[in-house]
Write a protein that binds this ligand. Structure first.
Ligand SMILES: Cc1ncc(COP(=O)(O)O)c(C=O)c1O
Length: 406
């Protein structure tokens, strides 16, 4: 296939649901991706956070290959050794009280399961979510997602979802009442722009929902498995959820979602009430076990904390230099730089210079690199951004110099 053929074929046949970057990625290694002309890119997207241990990690790739030669399909209605192995490894890193879990194929499905469990376990309907939240695009998850651009053409969505303002205690007190089944919370909002709530507000939400007899559901689909420099972001806030939703990178990019809760909560759904054909697939589970091994053996959670701190400090230095940058925020390797203008050109120019970056809304650059990214690779990202921002600044703010805006 020639370099342009892949793009032509996808453009001709694949649904136009993604805003495409004009690049065809054909292989990866660690935090680097390579296109079909063998140009390398530092990957600050991590496949939207789904690559945590690095691209094509040899141990993960070998494990997937070994499992594929043994057994690929195995429905949840029979037991399976590989699934059992993964479930025990996963349970060992989850908070101990969340001792029963269900495996799905995506983050949105993990949320769907959590909504059903929360409603059935409490016998209540009302779910309180947060303005700015993103929980997925299936109908249940979409009901909890905030952004009108995802919702408006599909309404009515599920009833009894209420969104309260981020970091606002007063509205939380008025809204979380004795008929609330659950509060659904991202410990750090991801798609909403890497917004870190105050510890006090998170603690208040936890107290309010528990006093009301409902459940705290944490969506750690983007923050989970070391991304923020702790295994789960809730640890930064001292919060312990009643239901935890996970996904993204725990199978190194193979499709997965996890919903975990105490046995008595999960077991309110009975046999047949919530199943999915591919959930707990042995190849995905094998990949999940190998991913957990690599995460722990290579101390990638510590790397995310250490390199993340360096990355954030470097972005803050850039902010001191470029007036176009307004704010830097985030924890570990979940970082954002808010700019004064649309980031479209910045993303395109960075891509040309060999750095893949995500956005999170119109004017926010988002960084979710694999947790194995090294300091020298961050330096390459920052040097590239420095050049790209300078160019953008000259175009947008022609009278500016790159001197400090302090
Ligand atoms: C916090 C959060 N929840 C849920 C989802 C939905 O996950 P998926 O795209 O796997 O359905 C995402 C995806 O970005 C997410 O970031």
């Amino acid at each position: 296939m020639t370099p342009s053929e892949a793009q032509e074929i996808e453009d001709a046949h694949y649904a136009r649901y993604y805003a495409r970057k004009p690049v065809t990625i054909v292989r990866g290694r660690g935090a680097l991706l390579y296109d079909d002309k063998d140009k390398d890119y530092v990957d600050c997207t991590g496949a939207y956070g789904a690559c945590i241990v690095g691209h094509a990690h040899p141990k993960v790739a070998q494990t997937i290959s070994d499992q594929a030669k043994k057994l690929i399909a195995c429905h949840g209605s029979t037991y399976n050794d590989t699934r059992a192995h993964f479930v025990s490894k996963l349970s060992a890193i989850l908070p101990s009280e969340l001792n029963r879990l269900f495996l799905t194929n995506s983050g949105a499905e993990a949320i769907e399961c959590a909504i059903k469990v929360a409603r059935k376990a409490t016998g209540r309907r009302k779910i309180v979510a947060i303005k700015g939240a993103f929980h997925g695009k299936t109908h249940g998850a979409l009901s909890a997602t905030w952004d009108a651009k995802y919702r408006k053409d599909f309404e009515p969505l599920l009833p009894d979802f209420i969104h309260i303002p981020f970091n606002n205690g007063e509205t939380a007190k008025e809204t979380i009442t004795n008929d609330t089944a659950a509060v659904l919370l991202e410990p750090i909002q991801g798609e909403g722009g890497i917004r870190v709530p105050s510890k006090e507000w998170v603690a208040l939400l936890s107290d309010l929902i528990h006093d009301a007899g409902g459940l705290l559901v944490a969506d750690e689909i983007q923050t989970g498995f070391g991304r923020t420099g702790k295994m789960f972001a809730g640890e930064h806030m001292g919060v312990r959820p009643d239901i935890l939703c996970l996904g993204k990178g725990i199978a190194s990019g193979l499709p997965i979602g996890v919903t975990a809760a105490p046995d008595e909560t999960m077991s309110t759904l009975s046999v047949g009430e919530h199943t999915t054909t591919f959930g707990g697939n042995p190849v995905v589970c094998a990949s999940g076990s190998a991913t957990i091994d690599v995460l722990l053996e290579e101390r990638l959670v510590d790397n995310a904390a250490k390199v993340g701190e360096y990355f954030k400090a470097s972005l803050l230095r850039l902010m001191g230099k470029h007036r176009i940058m307004r704010e830097v925020r985030g924890l570990g390797l979940m970082l954002a730089a808010e700019t004064r203008f649309d980031v479209h050109e910045i993303l395109a120019n960075a891509l040309n210079e060999g750095v893949l970056i995500l956005d999170a809304g119109r004017n926010i650059l988002r960084f979710l690199p694999p947790l194995c990214i090294q300091v020298n690779q961050v330096e390459r990202v920052v040097a590239t951004l420095d050049r790209v921002l300078e160019k953008e600044e000259l175009a947008r703010l022609p009278s500016s110099t790159t001197a400090s805006h302090a």
